[in-house]
Design a protein around this ligand. Structure first.
Ligand code: KG4
Ligand code: ZN
Length: 339
């Protein structure tokens, strides 16, 4: 069978990205134009600014991806593009550009779910990885435990009822005055702190569920800071960061391994921006080793938003002839597994 070359485009949040990927696993180029420096000034992503910045750079990012991969549009088999979930104005830029390219080049268009993309980053990193496995998806917008039964067959086992993990990290970092994006800053600061210094609460549900809630622990940190300020008590930011992180990672660890136990699965692939977190990596690897469960992570460049992961997911869609029409629209709330 001949190799399939996918050109992929991603613009769901604050990264404009394009990549060329062969057979869903081999990355020929992976170009990312990050807007972080701009959004930092506002303390978070400003949707309209994101859309406007995507529109300025999308053409040059795609051209750079083709040129770095040393391929032309003629060599491409299909164009993959994120159509949800994400910021609607941001998604529309990549989607409309991909549609134009598909129309002009007569190459098929493949709409990709961004979460499927994050999971697929593991197929690039781990060349022999095949379903079934359990995936823990932890990003700025999403927190899921997914039973990956096939390349396109997903069962969501658990999700957050409120804040996503990355969102909680970013909000706590902001309250600590660490800046945006807060995840990497808390990760670094926590290394100097005592994780047992403050007992922040873990969410508890009445019913038997593996779902998460992170707004409680986030609010507990904000209350702690407010109280300290009112009473003029000096705070130890490193201890707060470490204790917050412990509460969050404990919850992720507990529910993830319960899922593996209940499903009888011995393989986990972590995905999303928070998968770069050093404490999460260490904790899951240690617990996995104890239980004989293999724990896989993509490299940091494949954890954060990128188009290579979209190219991988697009390939598996293409294998199953999931081709999109040119009237495909952006879906800001697209669910994993939704057609
Ligand atoms: O996957 P991603 O790049 O974008 C979304 O799809 O949301 O994830 C971004 C999120 C941000 O909330 C960021 O703070 C978090 O991932 N993040 C981290 C780390 N690196 C990025 N959180 C904790 N520790 C890190 N090292
Ligand atoms: Zn993402």
């Amino acid at each position: 069978m001949s190799k399939k070359i996918i050109l992929a485009i991603e613009s769901s949040c604050d990264e404009t990205a394009a990549a060329v990927v062969v057979d869903g696993r081999e990355v020929l180029s992976n170009v990312i134009a990050s807007q972080i420096e701009t959004h930092k000034k506002f303390g978070g992503v400003v949707p309209e600014v994101a859309s406007r910045m995507h529109i300025e750079v999308v053409d040059s990012v795609v051209k750079a991806a083709l040129s770095e991969a040393e391929v032309s549009l003629d060599d491409i088999d299909a164009i993959g593009v994120t159509y949800g979930p994400g910021l609607v104005g941001a998604l529309l830029v990549g989607l409309q550009y991909a549609k134009g390219l598909s129309l002009g080049s007569k190459k098929p268009l493949i709409g990709v779910n961004h979460i499927q993309g994050h999971i697929s980053a593991n197929f690039i990193q781990h060349k022999d990885l095949k379903p079934p496995f359990v995936s823990l998806v932890v990003s700025g917008g999403h927190t899921f435990i997914v039973h990956v039964k096939g390349y396109r067959d997903f069962e969501i086992i658990a999700q957050t009822r409120d804040d996503a993990v990355g969102e909680a990290y970013d909000k706590v970092a902001r309250a600590l005055g660490l800046g945006y994006p807060g995840g990497p800053k808390i990760d670094k600061l926590a290394k100097e702190g005592n994780e047992n210094a403050i007992d922040f609460p873990r969410a508890k549900f009445q019913e038997d569920t593996l779902d998460f809630s992170f707004s409680g622990v986030k609010s507990a940190v904000l209350n702690y800071l407010n109280k300290a300020q009112m009473k003029d008590i000096e705070i130890n930011k490193a201890d707060i960061a470490a204790s917050f992180q412990k509460a969050v990672i404990d919850a992720l660890k507990t529910n993830l391994f319960l899922t593996c136990e209940r499903r009888g699965i011995k393989k986990v692939a972590v995905a999303g921006g928070v998968a770069s977190n050093s404490c999460l990596r260490e904790t899951l690897l240690k617990e996995g080793a104890k239980r004989g469960i293999e724990i896989l992570f993509p490299s940091p460049i494949l954890c954060t938003d990128n188009a290579a992961m979209i190219g991988s997911a697009a390939y598996f869609n293409y294998q199953e002839r999931i081709i999109s029409d040119l009237d495909i629209n952006a879906k800001p709330n697209l669910k994993l597994g939704e057609a």
